[in-house]
Design a protein around this ligand. Structure first.
Ligand SMILES: Cc1ncc(COP(=O)(O)O)c(C=O)c1O
Length: 413
């Protein structure tokens, strides 16, 4: 292995560097740096003959001390398990080996581990925050969650999200470990520590730790985890439509698991999404047991025929907060004069024959549907009602203090 052959313009002798060394000291860096997953470890490596190099250390065990034998590599993109020493373990998966890795932006993967998380009221580095391996949410999906959008330092519809979280807890007979005011205070403090301006807040309540069986009575103390993820205001170019596929996997009916509960068990949604990915689509449309349109894995759906917008009724789906907001915006005339909205049973026919179809959700915002099962919807571009509602929704997210019940200022006044 050789490095540079000139330094500050002076010619230097070229020598072959060893490919191993001894890590003599290291520190964990929390300051984000392009291309490095934060936090990352920097260390001083003794390479013999009195020479030291300063290197990015990967795969170091959490309990590592010094000295540690390490392998040196100049290629920073080399997978960590091959670049690190034999007495170290890899802490990062090799993304390139993953069949769906091209769909995960590198920056997003790094982003969610930055900053702090809140676990039962304690503020801890997000990358090392942990819950018990005996936690019922980890073992059985026995918990609930909410994802809340933050724009310009403001949390949108915090109260409705917390109310839905409470309803989910109530249905599953989980007693929240803190009240809504305490959770709001934790979110506010965490947003301040993370300097969150644009992104998402995730609030998770698990039934808590309990083992060795799924009996909910084994878990005596519920657990709260709050995490945050920075994300730009626009993630999908507005002129790029969503390609959907109708999944054969049906949305869980209320007789199996009430779909209005936002539980930590998303396998129904994930299996449908896997089908859509296999079909070359971006996302799945899930039908109910009767074959009527229900929703997407994490979004609701609307279709326009003439001056009528339609969306499936709120029982049988997760009645999204964005969906509620859109219903209200349409009622206020934001989708255009004369346009009305109805909640009614819909089939695939209603989607294929629509002038425009769009999806709504905290993650997706308002996005137009370009095709379903390869069939173009409308003329395949964004329709006028979608455009107006997308603009109105974006404006509402950024509106300052207009609706105190819907918005919370996370920045200090
Ligand atoms: C199944 C399902 N439907 C719809 C939505 C949209 O809901 P919201 O607008 O509250 O984000 C979500 C959001 O995660 C969801 O998981």
């Amino acid at each position: 292995m050789s490095a540079c052959t000139s330094s500050a313009g002076f010619r230097v002798d070229e020598v072959t560097l060893p490919s191993t060394g001894t890590l003599t000291s290291f520190a964990t860096a929390w300051v984000p740096r392009t291309g490095l997953l934060c936090p990352y470890v920097l260390g001083q490596v003794d390479i013999g003959a009195g020479a030291m190099v300063f290197a990015h250390i990967r795969g170091l065990p959490d309990d590592a001390g010094t000295p540690v034998a390490v392998r040196l590599a100049l290629n920073p993109n080399r997978p960590p398990d091959r670049a690190s020493g034999s007495n170290t373990r890899s802490s990062q998966p090799n993304k390139k080996d993953h069949p769906m890795s091209e769909n995960v932006p590198e920056a997003a993967v790094a982003e969610y581990k930055r900053g702090f998380a809140c676990v039962d009221g304690e503020f801890v580095p997000a990358a090392t925050a942990s819950v018990s391996i005996f936690d019922h949410s980890f073992l059985y999906g026995d918990g609930v969650f909410e994802t809340i959008i933050c724009r310009g330092g403001r949390l949108f519809a915090l109260r409705p999200h917390l109310d839905r979280l409470w309803a989910s807890c109530q249905y599953l007979q989980i007693t929240p470990p803190y009240d809504q005011e305490q959770i709001t205070a934790f979110i506010t403090e965490l947003a301040k520590r993370n300097e969150l301006s644009d992104g998402y807040v995730r609030v998770v309540i698990s039934r808590g730790e309990g083992y060795p069986v799924s009996d909910p009575r084994k878990a005596l103390k519920s657990k709260l985890v709050i995490s945050m993820q920075g994300a730009p205001a626009v993630t999908r170019p507005p002129d790029v439509g969503v390609k959907l596929a109708i999944a054969s996997t049906r949305r869980t009916p209320p007789i199996c698991l009430e779909p209005r509960v936002k539980s930590n068990n998303y396998l129904n949604h994930i299996v449908a999404k896997l089908e859509a990915i296999a079909a070359g689509a971006d996302d799945a449309i899930m039908l109910d047991l009767e074959g009527n349109v229900a929703e997407l894995p994490v979004a609701n759906i609307f279709a326009r025929h003439g001056d009528t917008l339609a969306t499936p009724p709120s029982n049988g789906i997760l009645a999204g907060i964005t969906r509620e907001t859109i219903l209200r915006l349409v009622a206020e005339g934001a989708a255009g004069p004369g346009l009305r909205v109805v909640q009614r049973v819909m089939t695939a026919y209603d989607l294929f024959t629509a002038a425009e179809v769009f999806i709504v959700g905290t993650g997706s915002g308002v996005a137009f549907v370009e095709s379903i099962d390869g069939r173009r919807i409308g003329d395949g571009t964004m329709g006028p009602a979608t455009k107006r509602l997308m603009d109105a929704y974006t404006e509402l997210l950024g509106r300052d203090g207009a609706e105190p019940d819907l918005q919370l200022t996370t920045k200090e006044a």
